[in-house]
Design a protein around this ligand. Sequence first.
Ligand SMILES: Cc1cc2nc3c(=O)[nH]c(=O)nc-3n(C[C@H](O)[C@H](O)[C@H](O)COP(=O)(O)O)c2cc1C
Length: 504
Amino acid sequence: MKNITTVLEYHDRTKHRPSRYAASLGYMDWATQPDPFRRYEGSELVSLKLSNVTPPYHLLFEPGALPSAPLCFESVSQLLRYGLGLAAWKSHGGSRWALRCNASSGNLQPSECYILTPPLEGISQFPALSHYAPREHALEILHQFDTPFKIEEGTILIALSSIFWREAWKYGERCWRYCQLDAGHAYQAIKISAAALGWNCDILSVNSEEIERLCGLDQLHRFDPHEQESPDMLLRLSLSSRKTSDVDLPAVPPLKSRANILSPSHHEWPILEVIDTATRGAYPQPQPLSQYRKIPVPSKSAGEVILKRRSAQMMDGTPVTEEQFRQILNASLFCSEASDVHFVLFIHRVEGLPKGLYTYVRNIADLESLKSAMESTFVWKDFGEGLYLLREGDFRGAAQMISCNQEIAKDGAFSFGMLCRFSASLESYGAIGYKNLYHQCGAIGQMLYLEATSLGLSATGIGCFLDDEFHALLGLYDQKYQSLYHFTIGRAIVDIRITTEEGY
Ligand SMILES: Cc1cc2nc3c(=O)[nH]c(=O)nc-3n(C[C@H](O)[C@H](O)[C@H](O)COP(=O)(O)O)c2cc1C
């Protein structure tokens, strides 16, 4: 109960309000800007391969269409390259920065990735624990186990963790939310890359402390105290869809390598440790959605879609077709484990649909509860496939205002908030459910970025929004439903002053 109270207090305290944004430094302290690349000094670096051959994007969603690639050096290389690798280098006005396959708030990249592999030629003749270094597209071998551990054949494990400091540097107290959304993006990026290999990816229900021990994150002397990593989730990637026995995690001895230092000095945000401690526990396993996504229309290769995905910084205000719109909504069903998330949409320009405020009920089991929770004057006109019109009208101003005045929210064809089943999830999953809800939203975000890209459209995740202004518009004044992530989709105006180079 104490942890739930901590969650509710943190959630309320980090809401952006028109009169007061959540606490942050309020300016960019460039002297302490964190290095976006973690390295482990003293570890052996194994370069991975760069392959350019990936299947057509639409086949990722056709069950059984892609035979499983064998588990080998090449497939692990491809998994990481199209999962969390660099998508491009950008430069402008003397600055150069890398973009990755996984979107990240402010491109601050808090997510780190550890991988546990069986003996694989090209990586290690022993089972090994490695850290993925995206700039080099290489594995840093942290430990080689001299005895095999119990892991099913054709399976690897991937752990994700977050360095809160990277986001705290810019976003202060609200940053914990962004780190969790980013972790959801990273998870979905890996899941999609695994799907391109014909592999399955599921999140294991293990304890936060087990993930920490597995990656050596509990060996605190190896990290600057301000730059420690918090465990997010443990993924099982397998060639077979058969869900089998529990995984027996190996014991990791003291590791020799030390994490690099990311900033010369730091600012303190004590609340981050409080919320981190409160939201540890056994990872929840939400009941998956019962509806499946339809197979999308054939488009580019999966690799092209993944590497071309970009956040739009400006939108051109042109419409999308109803077919494109519905395909994008439907794509979110691929995130079947994200069953606690619905969309409340501001439709500005979708051909064939009246402008207005809509809801997309992703989990039909919640329909009646949503109806009774929201404003009683909403019309709930059924537009099919889970889409309901709540109120007709021009919501461009409201969308922009709620998105911290960002114009992309009004200039996109539509924008939306991800409205989550909040109090009931905390009741069912405990305080770690708060973290899981952000992971669900982030995973959907990554999926929708890719779907928009496959259709020649663009998207942008919106972490900066006025929480309770949005809730008030819907008549929500309690904790039953809370919006945890916002998003906009449309056509981007590309800034031609910025130069682009390939990631590798
Ligand atoms: C959780 C999250 C929140 C974000 N919030 C905003 C936002 O409020 N406004 C914005 O313009 N971009 C936002 N972005 C987009 C990021 O700035 C963008 O992903 C990052 O700069 C990397 O660029 P890329 O997505 O093109 O790779 C957000 C992205 C994520 C993942």
